[in-house]
Design a protein around this ligand. Sequence first.
Ligand SMILES: Cc1cc2nc3c(=O)[nH]c(=O)nc-3n(C[C@H](O)[C@H](O)[C@H](O)COP(=O)(O)OP(=O)(O)OC[C@H]3O[C@@H](n4cnc5c(N)ncnc54)[C@H](O)[C@@H]3O)c2cc1C
Length: 415
Amino acid sequence: MLDAIVVGAGAAGLTTARELARSGLSVRVLEARDRVGGRAWTERLTFGVPIDRGCAWLHSAEQNPWAPYARAHGFTVLERPPDWGQRIGRERLSAAQRARRDADWDRAAEAITAAAAAGRDVPVSTVLPDDLEFRPHFDAIMSWWMGVDTHELSTVDFAASDDSETNWAVAEGLGAVVASAARGLDVALACPVSAIDWSGRRIRVTSPRGMLECQAVVVTVPTTLLARGEPRFTPALPPEYEEAFAGLPLGLANKVFLEVEDGALPFEGTTNFIASGTTVRTTSFSVRPAGHDVLLAYFGGGYARELERDGALVAAAREELARLFGADFERRIRRTTATAWAGDPWARGSYSAAKPGFARCRATLGRPLAGRVFFAGDACTTQTFGEINGAWESGVAAARGVAAALAERVGSDAA
Ligand SMILES: Cc1cc2nc3c(=O)[nH]c(=O)nc-3n(C[C@H](O)[C@H](O)[C@H](O)COP(=O)(O)OP(=O)(O)OC[C@H]3O[C@@H](n4cnc5c(N)ncnc54)[C@H](O)[C@@H]3O)c2cc1C
């Protein structure tokens, strides 16, 4: 019998398994996909250069544990800040425009913080001042940042998120960093767990490879799937866990990567520009993300969901480029590829975003059940949710919880 089984080989699952193995416990990771990394996924096949189809930024980089991990494992951490918020369309915002935009942002943030401090976990859209000059721009940024539109964004969740505003990329891809954490671990791929029976002292975990027994299980499956009963728990979990799965879905962000003819990329170096400042139905472009010669269009929230559903992500990116740089630019696009995270059967979304009224549920997922069922993942922390650093943090906490619970069990068996 194994000491522990970890369900899911994403950032949380791999961190958990590494910690458990380091404590000398026997651990196996069961992963549904035919690759490790989950929503962290660097891919080189499409363009011959690494592109991050999932996470790309080390947020709060100077305190993000994946940054020292990446350096220690030979990756190139690019310690230069992105130039977000400088350009709308082809033009650089003037200092006066930036000052007005930043003042708008501060008033909006203050209103959200005040609502959260008063215990009002309501949609952000309902607490914003009515006279924000840059409101569509604010809404668009929120859709990229949080993966939901402001009418779906929880005040308490947003106010609790702790972001130092230092963001670094990795030349070889952040997904490659996360995937490297699988080295040396016992990971079974193409192994979706369908059922977890925690009725007895031994936990029974069922997958197409049969049934495995363990003393403790750490479930890192995205909450979108747990809310659908995937995997199924026997006995059923207490209602507060079901409430947490339903109240903590994943927001949506989708990426379109475009390869253009030599010399056709606009601007110098790695540059960001937003297609339009007057609508939430817009996209944020990055030229040469992580230094590679491609264009990236980032879509978020309801607009990303609608475009994915209609198979229209690439067309929307092309249209914006043609509008900004002329029809001739569009003809210079050689190849494209788009993500589809809402339809991904093992994610069904991009990053954790509490529904208004449910931010309190994050704490529930951080609590183990009967000393043998643990949850970890980007939904399980209150300040670093929706990010790989939160996934790491929750993975370490779950591993420590498992080690302590098993040590206690050995003690009580001996007594
Ligand atoms: C487009 C996009 C951009 C992002 N940008 C950033 C960013 O810049 N910075 C950042 O920090 N974060 C970013 N994120 C979020 C970040 O990728 C996630 O927060 C993090 O990867 C989540 O890790 P996790 O281990 O909690 O979940 P996952 O990575 O989803 O891992 C869960 C694993 O469980 C597996 N699984 C599911 N069901 C089963 C089952 N029944 N049996 C076995 N295995 C199962 C899945 O296949 C998956 O591998 C982004 C995400 C997306 C999609």
